[in-house]
Design a protein around this ligand. Structure first.
Ligand code: UAG
Ligand code: ATP
Ligand code: API
Ligand code: MG
Length: 515
């Protein structure tokens, strides 16, 4: 779905945009001034009056789609030298602004076109391997409770007032981002809370935005298909914590990457830890009798808080959200009140309950989005204390993504669960059996007593998991992880409707009987 556009569009002179990005101005620009009213980098999203950004990509060059963009009403093209050559060879006769790296100037162009250069919004950006979506929901729902008009942009959805737009990516492209921010401003949003992925930072998607507050949750293995190594992944994330991109930062220093970021960042950093480290600005101590309850201690403030979501990691996410609210200027009473709100994060530790009178045998059934080794370990550790019978997990790994994490995901599952059902996630363009084999190998690498079962086909795997959990007796837990809120399964370029929550509910209602 393409991003919303502001209702009132203003025109930007193409000549001014060319000057803004230091492009050489051709005769046409001097002779015949042209105006654009929007910008997009996707020919399929062009609206009449748009500037079409034809970017070089890993599978195609945007210039290949310029004729399509022109037909849809694009009035000019921003591209590079190769793109210009292609346009001319294809006889596309639109005015062109050519620069060496068009992606790197797109954010400032989009900000100018949509009038978001002088931000009226308070911007909160959240990065880290795990916990971005959860923390963003926690901050946004607390701000809502406190009477703010809050916008949200992330993996699950974009929220503007009551409008909800399903997301395609965690962080939108800069052209869509500035358009969304303009719509938020138009609808009197005062604060925008958004997830900032490492892909976004590497691909200039948040250029033209300066965050009032940037948050770092943690860093662990993911995305090593895109980043050369962990160092490169860290450097991408660290970009958010530079004065060009944020005014101040809140960094969780539970892991070494966070500690390093806090030391190296050139913006003022507030630190938070859930460990014993007494040097952090904010420290968390969990109540041993009631793990969701915790004390958040600052230099001279103490807050008694409770995590609305299960698991130690959600204590960390909740504490981060609480300190973020304080840094945004909320007082301690307000934070204490607002943080209690259950943000309902779709597909994160989401309980699934069978409807009707079909008994679920006292099983706890949960859908979660854990799709990294660290997240699988954290999610299962969170469920262990609630398990009186068997802890059964269903997981796979995504195709055409970081292959190196599959082993660690399998190993983490075997380290905590009693039964590991290995199945398919989104195989995308890969052979599903080979992905399962890599996860299985990881699970086998640990000398654990867990039962390992391989089931091709996620639906059958979920049903088998419910059966195996029932055999474990009352108090057993079945956790289906990796796809969370997703409503489709991508196999060989086709997205088939598939929702873990519906599948798990159906399996509970049928008591795990095979379809
Ligand atoms: C690896 C990656 O991030 N790739 C992004 C990159 O693709 P690319 O350079 O390969 O582009 P391409 O497919 O060769 O196409 C070249 C150009 O032609 C344009 N085009 C293409 C086809 C067409 O019909 N019309 C058209 O205009 C494209 O918009 C693009 O500008 O630029 C494209 C837009 O310019 C993005 O859509 C694409 O994201 C793809 C879809 C993607 O899956 N990205 C994922 C991995 C991602 O970004 N994930 C992160 C992190 C998730 C998280 O951990 O939360 C996210 O923020 O979502
Ligand atoms: N602070 C945390 N530390 C470790 N694991 C976490 C943390 N928060 C959440 N998780 C685990 O990671 C999964 C993904 O969480 P969430 O969606 O909040 O992260 P994200 O950073 O937005 O992920 P993505 O990059 O895929 O969008 C959760 O379902 C949970 O299993
Ligand atoms: N935002 C994550 C989603 C992964 C979810 C998992 N279901 C998969 O397909 O790997 C990514 O782009 O890596
Ligand atoms: Mg997310």
């Amino acid at each position: 779905m393409s991003a919303p556009r502001p209702a009132s569009l203003t025109s930007s002179s193409l000549r001014d945009l060319a000057l803004l990005v230091g492009a050489s101005t051709d005769d046409w620009i001097d002779a015949d001034d042209l105006f654009v009213t929007g910008v997009t980098l996707d020919s399929r999203a062009v609206r009449p009056g748009d500037l079409y950004a034809a970017l070089p990509g890993s599978t195609a060059h945007g210039a290949d789609f310029a004729a399509q963009a022109s037909e849809a009403g694009a009035v000019a093209v921003l591209t590079d030298a190769a793109g210009l050559e292609r346009l001319r060879a294809d006889g596309v006769d639109l005015p062109v602004v050519a620069v060496e790296d068009p992606r790197s100037v797109l954010g400032s162009i989009a900000a100018r076109i949509y009038g978001t250069t002088d931000q009226g919004l308070t911007m909160v950006g959240i990065t880290g391997t795990n916990g971005k979506t959860t923390t963003a929901y926690l901050v946004a729902s607390a701000l809502d409770v406190l009477g703010h008009r809050t916008g949200l942009i992330g993996t699950v959805e974009t929220r503007i007032g009551d409008e909800r737009i399903k997301s395609v990516r965690t962080t939108p492209e800069s052209t869509d981002l500035h358009s969304i921010l303009a719509v938020m401003e138009e609808r009197d949003t005062d604060t925008c809370v958004m997830e900032v992925s490492s892909h976004a930072l590497s691909q200039h998607r948040v250029d033209g935005v300066v965050y009032d507050l940037a948050l770092f949750t943690n860093l662990s293995q993911d995305h090593l298909d895109f980043h050369a190594d962990m160092e490169d992944y860290f450097s991408a994330k660290a970009q958010l914590f530079t004065p060009q991109r944020s005014a101040r930062a809140l960094v969780c220093v539970d892991d070494g990457w966070g500690r390093r970021l806090a030391q190296e960042s050139a913006v003022p950093v507030t630190t938070l830890t859930t460990s014993e480290d007494q040097s952090a600005d904010w420290r968390v101590s969990v109540d041993a009798r009631e793990p969701a309850r915790f004390l958040l201690r600052g230099r001279d403030i103490e807050l008694d808080l409770r995590s609305a979501l299960p698991g130690d990691f959600n204590v960390a996410n909740t504490a981060m959200a609480a300190v973020a609210l304080l840094l945004l200027g909320e007082d301690t009473d307000a934070v204490g009140r607002a943080i209690l709100t259950d943000p309902h994060v779709p597909g994160r530790m989401e309980k699934v309950i069978a409807s009707g009178d079909s008994a679920d045998d006292g099983l706890l059934a949960v859908v979660d989005y854990a799709h990294t080794p660290d997240a699988v370990e954290a999610a299962l550790a969170a469920l262990r204390p609630s398990t009186a019978g068997r802890l059964v997990v269903v997981l796979g790994a995504g195709g055409d993504r970081d292959r190196g994490k599959r082993h660690g995901m399998g190993r983490a599952a075997a380290g905590t669960a009693d039964v590991v059902v290995i199945t398919d996630d989104n195989p995308r363009g890969e052979d599903a059996a080979q992905i399962r084999a890599a996860v299985l190998e990881g699970a086998r690498s640990l000398d654990s007593s867990s039962l390992l079962v391989e089931v091709a086909g996620r639906r059958d795997a979920i049903r088998q998991a419910v059966r195996l959990a029932r055999e474990g007796g009352p108090g057993s837990v079945v956790a289906v992880v990796g796809k969370g809120h997703e409503t489709g399964q991508e196999i060989a370029g086709v997205i088939h409707p598939f929702d873990d929550r519906d599948e798990l509910r159906a399996a509970l209602e049928d008591r795990g009987v095979s379809s």
